[in-house]
Design a protein around this ligand. Sequence first.
Ligand SMILES: Cc1ncc(COP(=O)(O)O)c(C=O)c1O
Length: 308
Amino acid sequence: MSESPVRRMANVNGTITPLEDARISILDRGFLYGDSVYEVFRTYSGVPLFCHEHFDRMENSARLVHMTIAQPREEMLNEMRRTAAAAAVPKDQDIYVRWHVTRGSGALDLVPSRDLKSSYVIIVKEVPKWNPEFYSNGMRLAVTHVRRNPVESLSPDIKSGNYLNNILGVAEAVELGADDCLMLNPSGLVTEASNSNVFFVIDGRLVTPDAQSGVLRGITKSAIARLGSEIGCPLHETKLRAEEIVKTVECFVTSATREVMPVIGVRLTSGEWRQFPPGGGEVTRRVARAYKESVSRYVRENSGLQLV
Ligand SMILES: Cc1ncc(COP(=O)(O)O)c(C=O)c1O
């Protein structure tokens, strides 16, 4: 079915099978309630990018939902390596790794029983191939009526397996003729897209919504923050009202799999489109270039982490 040289494989609590044969219990709380946390990362030349940062964020998500991950890091890394080996990943092929941990299976009850043991699923497959136009031209975002969950209800620091808020956001954006949503929080502050952080160039400054606005602490975003000063584009994390988007001259999104992806236009709540330079303006291109260089540096310095 897939033309990828990578065999798509899953590892469910140590049992490795082709992806389509993988099974979890219908009593699994991840399935029943979205009671799960997860991470996605990708490899470059076999090295999982920002591996420790993803493990740290996973442990923090688990801590915030009072879940104990049954396996230590080293064991999970070995399971990822075993899954990648079963996927017969060629040396020159980058892979996508999704690591999901659920609170486990038990009674049909919101209250988790005390003896639950967490379950894990690892999915290894090819890196998603985004529409090339998203890079050559840019993505279109729409400000949606669906608002981002307020931080007081659900901390965005929890990277949980429940994406209904984001699914409703992106579904509305597609209805509005865009590729992804730009969600506001209940106070009208800009937050993020359905699965990426958003950056703007306003009044000559590179800005992105701050954590209190209600965004995931993206690991790609942290890398951009570190690089920003080096390349003369220091990143300002701030509160950004939706009305300020009209002052924007460039916009881009970031995530582990999208890297730095330009935005060609944002549909405002008025229905008007704010347009940006095709393929990204000068700052976007500079950031994208610096990010690529930093990835190469990371791979050189962390060759010992090889998954493949
Ligand atoms: C809601 C949300 N925001 C931002 C991101 C980007 O995070 P990262 O750069 O760590 O991939 C993601 C990635 O999955 C996400 O789901």
